[in-house]
Design a protein around this ligand. Structure first.
Ligand code: IPM
Ligand code: MG
Length: 353
């Protein structure tokens, strides 16, 4: 198959890890007989430096001509002034909104070989395999907002419409049908009106999925259950902000933030793929970055945008094999133990593809 992929390396370790992900896709192309064309564009801090905006129009135009986007990470101390008018993160929010990528999928798996690296007891981690479905283009991230300006007040608004909740709930229930058939919906229905609409709508969508079990959890209780019974979760459906917070918490179960991929999707096959970690400016350029999250994001790209399931699995298995053989990047190495560089780790993954 022919596919065109836009690469947005971004800031910090973004360029190092996207390079490995592109190499993995190139390996897949040659091994399975596909032709992938890569184009590169600016986003984040580097885009602010070069163009004055975090998401230049040329980047949007380039993305419109592609089948999928592969993103590294954006941000860094250089652009971190809270009162700055332009911030790297704006690029991320704008690209999600511009392309209507309302469903953010974040799979979290606890690899047994990394269990000693996670702060939870090994027996709690056994069987942890969850999929976050986070609403990504609505909620408090995109509701009416008033910056402080000259006044002594500022506010944000959590707003959800029935249709916004329906379409993302639908994604969650469908995903559960292909997994362990359980959805846990997260809300704060005891306090927030938007979250009461959320719960009512999820219950309504559930009527079409009688083979899937539905559980509701208030977000505060969910943070606790995530650590006391993590293996009991299958699909976790959450609004934009609660999904953001809980998915970072869940990353602890995987041993390192560097392990986790994500896919941001809409109802066709177009999607944006990125690791869930940030730009880690403190380790940028040192060969210490873990490319796993970005390489696994490439696997999700193969699965969801290109519908190449065998190829996606080949990448995922290559990562598992690399870990099983004992290769560890700095973030997942035993304390003070030896670790391999980003280059070495990625080379082993590629060899297994
Ligand atoms: C994420 C990040 C972003 C978010 C930030 C960088 C805007 O935390 O993708 O989880 O809050 O969505
Ligand atoms: Mg986040």
């Amino acid at each position: 198959m022919d596919a065109k992929i836009l690469v947005l390396p971004g800031d910090g370790i973004g360029p190092e890890v996207t390079a490995k992900s592109v190499a993995a896709l190139e390996k897949v192309a040659s091994r399975f007989g596909h032709r992938f064309v890569f184009e590169e564009a600016l986003m984040g801090g580097i885009a602010i430096d070069k163009t004055g905006t975090a998401l230049p129009d040329e980047t949007i135009k380039a993305a419109e001509g592609c089948d999928a986007i592969l993103l590294g990470a954006v941000g860094g101390p250089k652009w971190d002034n809270p009162s700055a008018a332009v911030r790297p993160e704006q690029g991320l929010l704008k690209i999600r909104q511009h392309f209507g990528l309302f469903a953010n999928l974040r799979p979290v798996k606890a690899y047994p070989m990394l269990a000693e690296h996670a702060p939870l007891r090994r027996e709690l981690l056994e069987g942890v395999d969850m999929l976050f479905v986070r609403e990504l283009t609505g909620g408090i991230y995109f509701g009416a907002r008033q910056e402080q300006g000259e006044s002594d007040r500022a506010y944000d608004t959590m707003l959800y419409s029935v249709d916004e909740v329906k379409r993302v709930a639908d994604v969650a229930f469908r995903a559960a049908q292909g997994r362990r058939k359980k959805v846990t919906s997260i809300d704060k229905a005891n306090v927030l009106a938007a979250m009461r609409l959320w719960r009512r709508t999820v219950v309504e969508v559930h009527e079409d999925f009688s083979d899937v079990a539905l559980e509701h959890l208030l977000v505060d209780a969910a943070t606790m259950h995530m650590l006391t019974r993590p293996a009991s979760f299958d699909v976790i459906l959450a609004g934009n902000m609660f999904g953001d917070i809980l998915s970072d918490e869940a990353s602890v179960l995987a041993g390192s933030l560097g392990m986790l991929p994500s896919a941001s999707l809409r109802s066709d096959t177009f999607g944006l793929y990125e690791p869930i970690h940030g730009s880690a400016p403190d380790i940028a350029g040192q060969g210490k970055a873990n490319p796993t999250g970005t390489i696994l994001s490439a696997a999700l790209l193969l699965r969801y945008s290109l519908r190449l399931e065998a190829e996606a699995q080949a990448v995922e298995q290559a990562v598992e094999q690399t870990l099983a053989e004992g290769a560890r990047t700095a973030d997942i190495a035993p304390r003070g133990g030896p670790y391999v560089s980003t280059d070495e780790f990625a080379a082993t993954v590629l060899a297994h593809i």
